[in-house]
Ligand binder design. Sequence first.
Ligand code: ADP
Ligand code: MG
Length: 695
Amino acid sequence: MKATEIFGSMVFGDAVMRAKLPKDAYKALKKTISEGTHLELDVANVVANAMKDWAVEKGATHFTHWFQPMTGITAEKHDAFISPTADGQIIMEFSGKELVRGEPDASSLPSGGLRATFEARGYTIWDTTSYAFIKDGTLCIPTAFCSYSGEALDKKTPLLRSMEAIDKQARRILKLFGNDRVKRVITTVGPEQEYFLIDKDMYLKRPDLVYTGRTLFGSRPPKGQEMEDHYFGTLKPRVSAFMRELEEELWKLGVLAKTKHNEVAPAQHELAPIFATTNIATDHNQLTMELMKSIANKHGLACLLHEKPFAGVNGNGKHNNWSISTDTGANLLEPGETPCENAQFLLFLVAVIKATDDYQDLIRLSAASAANDHRLGANEAPPAIISMFLGDELTGILEAIESGTAYQNSHKHDMEIGVTVLPHFPKDMTDRNRTSPFAFTGNKFEFRMLGSTFSVAGPNVVLNTAVAEILCQFADELEKSADFNTDLAKLIKKTFSEHKRIVFNGNNYSDEWVIEAENRGLSNLKTTVDALPEFTSKKSAELFTKHHVFSETEIHSRYEILMESYCKTLHIEALTMIDLTKREIIPALISYQNEIAKLPARKKSHGDFDTSLEDYLLGRIAKLSGCLLKKLARLEDVLLESKDKGEVLELAGFYRDKVFNGMSELRLVADELETIVGREFWPLPSYAEILYSVG
Ligand code: ADP
Ligand code: MG
């Protein structure tokens, strides 16, 4: 296998377009891609035909509009290219109309009330900025998905809108610095993806994993991650074979899978690609997650992407490395080579600082889900408090600017905006703060709160739009300025001074930080149910409508979908626990007790009358079983009670407080029983068996 040969071989990318399209069509398409211009139907016909020929050559028989509904995963509906001919044969056909627009019957996908089922029509519209590709013999066309009346029903549409917003505002700022050559400003993302690999047989023996993605029972293994011998350890052969195939398939799809390694927990791994434009990075991350699952399956493995598959063991996160770049290749969050670039960098930097402070609640809620609630604040992921890490040197520079004192950097230069060159901030492992939710790492920010199953679209919509808004405010102010340099310096100083409370370079996992953050007035929205209502706040509506990212209707529909999904997740988990308890655990307890109960008679026939072991075990099991039944009944009652809750916020609060507690209490007793009942009697593979199942 030659990486250079297979890379992008299944993508209708730029090189293929150039080779397969007539010059005019190629030019028109390129213009549409880079500038968003309308593509005429005759050109679309030419492109569609070339795409089809290329796909058929590669063995494809079908095409699909590939889209990202609010379920968080991707959706596709396949159509064959075939078209009948008069003589009873078929030819392969694909028209421009079919390429540009589709009409899936998507009435069962979540719309948060935006689309009553009688008005089920939704449209998929070709996203020319993300290349088409072939997967499983199907030509996949990345598309946006919206309702008949134009409301976004997917994750891609608002993301594209947010990218337009930041493009527009960032170019206003660049212009002020005399830079009007830049045609487009984009944000870039490199998502690091964590996951577990376990043996498929083990997986299938755990209905909780199958139905909910996480184990709902299980006492801790005698050996967990405390030896820290798994992190960066050598890869086991089966894992290595899986990773090789995954990389190969990703490369074929043009995904720049770059690093892979073992993570902290046993059976946990990570994959990171080289960063790309946010829109493409989002599509690629969806493909990565999908391929992880399907390729694991081929290798007799199961890939667990859930945020917390195992209690007491590190969960899965996703790190969203984010930066702002120009189409000319300049990273706007990279300190420059000249005093002017340096001043520009500082302005973008304080814009991000202000955006993070002003919109901390929205940033927080962009990482909220029932599954991620298990991680945030649980000593493995950052807490639910948003703060940002800048490192000592950069913080020192900003503090010096604020106080008007000279800053002596390592090169012994005094800092003065627009006069001095900034030092570079190397990505130094020793200086990095792994506990910060939002850390500056030399030339980008790493947003570390995301859960592993997340589409990166949501968090980036918030980051892009929040920063766009601050850049807009800055541009409004500076465009009026008569003395740019003086006003710029003032603005940087003022912004840092007003928003430095969001900067925290210390240990985010410590209890002291929670108190300190409260003193600083930062929010601490502990759970999804606390965080989501902020989405519908006035501030949120103003932000998103001003930049045409969400309409108020779209915000409300999304809020409903997210809250409902929270409730449904907990509901399914509770039902699964009840079912497992009744039909697996209780029968196992009976069998084990029966087995023990037979012992005294057998012993007696040998003249042994000591039944202390049996008495002890039966007594202990009887006691715990009684407790188990009580907790089971309690959880069932609580679930019934949930039926009386009307409004979605009230219902979600009920699930968080009552259902979640009921589940935890039931689990506690069952996990205790697991440690007493004989191994062959316990119906579920243990944590140790699962976590060490891959040889
Ligand atoms: P870590 O030390 O956090 O594990 P990695 O080196 O594994 O970091 O991952 C860093 C990620 O950041 C990679 O996906 C990389 O491509 C991405 N990255 C680097 N530069 C940028 C940038 N300018 N914009 C967005 N992402 C970037
Ligand atoms: Mg990272």
